[in-house]
Design a protein around this ligand. Sequence first.
Ligand code: IPD
Ligand code: CA
Ligand code: CA
Length: 275
Amino acid sequence: MSIEELEVFLDIATETALAGGAELMSYWGNLQDIQEKGSPGNLVTEADKAAEEAIVKVLQRHLPDHGILTEEAGELGNITSRYLWAIDPLDGTTNFAHQYPFSACSVGLLIDGVPQVGVVFNPILDELFRAAKGLGATRNRKQISVSQTTILQKSLMITGFAYDRRETTDNNYKEFCQICHLTQGVRRSGSASLDLCSIACGRADGYWERGLSPWDVAAGIVVLEEAGGKVTAYNSSPFDLKSGKILATNGKIHDLMSKALIEIPPLAYWDTTIN
Ligand code: IPD
Ligand code: CA
Ligand code: CA
């Protein structure tokens, strides 16, 4: 894939995310239709659907031969294509429904299954994250890079809890307690794509979560990797988009985080002397 081709795809991704963002803003503070789907607390609103339609329309106008995978409509277009767009029209629906201003349109392009272009746009705070393989990552068109933090005690972490958390023992609660104990704190922002971008621009040092879908992370992975970060499975093996379990860091605390996530002591006990 040439740099010129990636630049074209990055511009198209940007146009789609901005179109989705404009649609979202027309519903901000004015949502009439909020429903639950699947697990309790998993919301879908008229804003999710309208933004998705706007995004798909722009994408199909530019690239009618590409495949598309969206959160609300599923597979669209030529899904056997080597180009697959993974789209979350509203990542942070619960935040949006409560007017907590941390939600985004997430538009990622997988080429042969590998995330290569990503745009994450928070229209409420007007933050646009863009990246493509080999082209670096930007926030509002300015280059960004990950933090320099090298130890857990000086790190700020982010995580999230999937909607099926009441239905499984693999609910991230013990991991949350462990990382809370070992670091300066753990934030839960409610938008996986923006969480990855927060690590990319150095606002936090690491992020982990389970139960994610390709549309939650495809775009943010490109932004983070291009900003100098690292993305793997919890045990540091290569990240698999289908597994839904991600460890994403500034790279410098990656091994420490991986070890902390896979070696968790019994819930009621922590060695306070751990450094
Ligand atoms: C959710 C958000 C949240 C994460 C959930 C996702 P949605 O996406 O990214 O941060 O914890 O697992 O499903 O439902 O707002 O698009
Ligand atoms: Ca999502
Ligand atoms: Ca969503």
